[in-house]
Design a protein around this ligand. Structure first.
Ligand SMILES: [Zn+2]
Length: 93
């Protein structure tokens, strides 16, 4: 029973992450907060600091996130997951 509860919690965690993508740190699951380019400049490659103006950071593990290629791929993947649901809800009476 305990193993089932554990799996259920893991499943809920993954589902919550899918429904609210890009809001929590992938490493520590802490909420991400907005950061300025000046704040993160020394923690990302200089090309990234120059190319992007929006950043988010994790206050626990100090990871920096920006809307690069990973963000675009994840957005496209999430859109494909949501598409069948949207189609079925439109066709229901
Ligand atoms: Zn973190």
């Amino acid at each position: 029973m305990a193993a089932l509860c554990g799996r259920r919690e893991e499943w809920r965690f993954d589902l919550a992450r899918l429904l609210r993508p890009f809001t929590r740190c992938l490493a520590s699951n802490q909420p991400l907060v907005l950061a300025s380019a000046a704040e993160i400049r020394e923690r990302v490659p200089s090309a990234v600091a120059l190319a992007y103006s929006e950043f988010q950071v994790c206050r626990r593990c100090r990871r920096v996130y920006w809307k690069g290629s990973h963000y675009r791929r994840m957005s496209e993947w999430i859109a494909t997951l949501q598409a069948p649901h949207l189609r079925s809800s439109r066709s229901s009476p």
